[in-house]
Design a protein around this ligand. Structure first.
Ligand code: ARG
Length: 458
């Protein structure tokens, strides 16, 4: 017998039953569903909508079900369709017809929305905590490698040398924004739909503020129709999750490049790499690649929900049941990705000797040579021209700027003096960027300090 079986004279077709059921995935909401029900029934008792002793018996029954759910011994059944009816039906079986009073003044429509808000609030807070942990790993790496210089790129061509720590802190900045975005999404997650009923409100004198306080919601939906139809908070979460995954993916792309023989900047730990079934020499950055791939999956979750919502008239439509799997998938994928990225970078080896050599073998100090001439009085545009010619000369001679003699310099401009060698030294070049946001060592050390304070305050 279905909970809604009254007006039906035939059984549900078996295929329809499994097609419309969501219990296969929404049982993940069971704990939140019971939490919501406990708050609801407390309010029903407090407002005198049902006798207090009935409310107490229902609460007791719900708590015993909660224990079973937590112990993973609650029997979720497809014929009971979804998590809400599984629990309600079981409650009635357990404590008798009085259990049927729980659903007074409530609908599954405001109930499921409440479950989703509770679930996503909890998970979003956890994800923020995981991102802070990832940031702490970035700070540790930056701190431990403050002396390491790597090539910086634009257009994937060597541009200017930077501190490895500066590069790590760029990702720190991205994850800081991701955290801010999630904190902002939390404001819209933290709204209570319960009390909206099916869509128009309820005829019972409910106290929505009491329920909101009980469940710790900052606000209450002001419009019952909006309350049961709104899934913006999930969309916003999925958008923020997509952007975070995009950052993870960019980082992974760099790690894949950096761990190649061509770059050789880092070596990923054996524990975070896999081999080839045919090529014995191979050590592949599978984890980084898979994280890059998983990004597409989370984008899919976002686009799935956007597409589900675009044509829906108010208010509740069964289409909305499709909002769950993508949300669960994005939560699981993002959490796993943040943790794995942290483990992968924490264990990777930064190939210091190789990097120390590699940064000497390019023209990434050319900007500094132009700046040198500017300081000697030449307009920047002319200085650019002189150094451009000098680089061309180097290429023809098979040399780098640090391999030229003073005579060769002076042949290109009378302004060059012996101090030129100091000016193009890679360390000088890096530390000369002594501006707010620049890669100079003092600035980066300060940035690490700021980052430490920021994460400590989280
Ligand atoms: N399982 C449903 C969902 O996830 C619960 C709400 C059902 N409401 C209804 N009127 N059929 O959306």
């Amino acid at each position: 017998m279905k909970l809604w079986g009254g007006r039906f004279t035939k059984q549900t077709d078996k295929l329809v039953e499994s097609f419309t059921a969501s219990i296969g995935f929404d049982q993940r909401l069971a704990v939140d569903d019971i939490r919501g029900s406990l708050a609801h029934v407390k309010m029903l008792g407090a407002c005198g909508i049902i006798p207090q002793q009935d409310a107490d018996r229902i609460a007791e029954g719900l708590r015993s079900i909660l224990a079973d759910v937590k112990a993973e011994r609650f029997p979720f059944l497809v014929e009971n369709e979804d998590v809400h009816m599984n629990i309600e039906k079981h409650l009635i079986e357990r404590i008798g017809p009085v259990g049927g009073k729980l659903h007074t003044g409530r609908s599954r429509n405001d109930q499921v929305a409440t479950d989703m808000h509770l679930y996503l609030r909890r998970e979003t807070k956890q994800i923020i905590a995981l991102l802070v942990e990832l940031q702490q790993i970035l700070i540790e790496i930056a701190d431990a490698n403050i002396d390491v210089i790597i090539p910086g790129y634009t257009h994937m061509q060597r541009a200017q040398p930077v501190l490895f720590a500066h590069h790590m802190l760029a990702y720190f900045g991205m994850f800081s924004r991701d955290i801010e975005r999630l904190q902002d999404v939390l404001k819209r997650i933290d709204i209570l739909p319960l009390g909206a009923g099916a869509m128009a409100g309820t005829t019972f004198p409910i106290d929505r503020e009491l329920v909101a306080r009980e469940l710790g919601f900052a606000r209450i939906y002001e419009n019952s129709m909006d309350a049961v139809s709104d899934r913006d908070f999930i969309l916003e979460f999925l958008s923020a999750a997509s952007i975070t995954m995009m950052h993870i993916s960019r980082f992974c792309e760099e790690l894949i490049l950096w761990s190649s023989q061509e770059f050789g900047f880092v070596e990923l730990d054996d524990g975070y790499s896999t081999g080839s079934s045919i090529m014995p020499q191979k050590k592949n950055p599978d984890v980084a690649e898979l994280l890059r791939g998983k990004t597409g999956r989370v984008y899919g979750d976002l686009f799935g929900l956007l597409t589900i919502l675009k044509g829906l008239p108010l208010t509740y439509n069964k289409d909305l049941q499709e909002d769950k799997e993508g949300m669960f998938d994005a939560v699981d994928t993002l959490k796993g990705s943040v943790v794995l990225l942290g483990g992968m970078i924490r264990t990777m080896v930064i190939r210091r000797e190789h990097l120390a050599q590699t940064v000497k073998e390019d023209f990434s100090n050319a900007t500094d040579l132009a700046d040198y001439l500017v300081r000697k009085g030449l307009p920047f545009r002319q200085a650019h021209e002189v150094i451009g010619k000098l680089v061309l000369y180097c290429i023809e001679q098979g040399k780098f700027l640090n391999g030229l003699t003073l005579d060769e310099y002076v042949a290109h401009s009378e302004l060059f003096g012996t101090d030129v060698f100091e000016a193009i030294d890679i360390r000088t070049v890096v530390d000369a960027r002594d501006v707010h946001g620049g890669t100079g060592t003092k600035r980066v050390m300060k940035a690490i300090q700021n980052a430490k304070e920021r994460t400590a305050a989280m």
